[in-house]
Design a protein around this ligand. Structure first.
Ligand SMILES: [Cu+2]
Length: 252
């Protein structure tokens, strides 16, 4: 019976490790990264994955060893108050976490600090609400909350080859703006207006999802981010403006 348990533990551990290797090989992974920043996020993700994977393998090996050895009559020994052990399991994880925190400081600063982001105007405001995404462009006067703002839904069009800054707003509860192809995820918290930025070199059509369980319709809170050349972006804005000025007469 003990042998079966040990084998099951080893099998389960091996299956888990295999699933990660197979996932990449079969494309059950993130979609291809198109953001100029994405490779650095992927490197951090891989670093985390290797560390947690190593700990996972270690724990499963230890578990199998403990079951194989500890179940022998008279060999199991209860441990109470082992200071050395407690120091090890406190200090080692603490060192790993502090190391990870330090390792990602540059990425955090460049992505999250308003002062470190590219100095360009906000391209669009993203408005999250139960259960869809709206996008507002500042219009010809380049200012938000004026009468010429252009609003659209579902599909956000942005220019390629230049930094894009988005301002995120929620109308109700906490949502999360997640574009896997950009390796970009940011919570949208009511009462706050976080800004995110990214840059994509060429045209791309990306999936946008809400990554925060925000109510019964969370599953359908999807959209697209379409990255197009600058000229096509300008044409898109011009078309939106024409539709807006025609007062709906252009729409059939
Ligand atoms: Cu949501």
């Amino acid at each position: 019976m003990r042998l079966v348990t040990v084998l099951l533990i080893l099998l389960l551990g091996a299956a888990a490790v295999w699933s990660f290797a197979a996932a990449r090989a079969h494309g059950w992974w993130f979609p291809e990264n198109v953001s100029v920043f994405g490779a650095r996020i992927d490197a951090l993700f891989d670093l985390n994955l290797w560390i947690t994977g190593g700990v996972f393998v270690l724990v499963f090996a230890l578990l199998a060893w403990t079951v194989a050895r500890g179940a022998l009559p008279g060999r199991a020994r209860p441990v109470h108050g082992d200071l050395r052990l407690e120091l090890v399991w406190t200090l080692v994880p603490a060192a790993i976490f502090v190391g990870l925190a330090v390792a990602q400081l540059d990425e955090w600063r460049e992505l999250k600090y308003a002062g470190a982001r590219p100095h360009v105007a906000v391209t669009a405001r993203v408005v999250a609400s139960q259960f869809d995404w709206h996008f507002v462009y500042p219009g010809p006067d380049r200012r938000f909350d004026t009468l010429d703002d252009l609003e659209t839904t579902y599909e956000l069009v942005v220019p390629a080859g230049e930094p894009v800054v988005l301002q995120l707003v929620s109308r109700d509860v906490i949502h999360s703006f997640f574009v896997p192809g950009l390796r970009l995820k940011q919570d949208v918290v009511p009462g706050m207006r976080p800004e995110v930025w990214f840059e994509v070199r060429g045209p791309a059509d990306l999936e946008l999802v809400c990554a925060e369980l925000c109510g019964w319709g969370h599953y359908k809170m999807a959209g697209r981010v379409r990255v197009v050349p600058r000229a096509a972006f300008d044409a898109h804005l011009a078309a939106l403006e024409r539709a807006f000025r025609s007062n709906g007469k252009d729409e059939r």
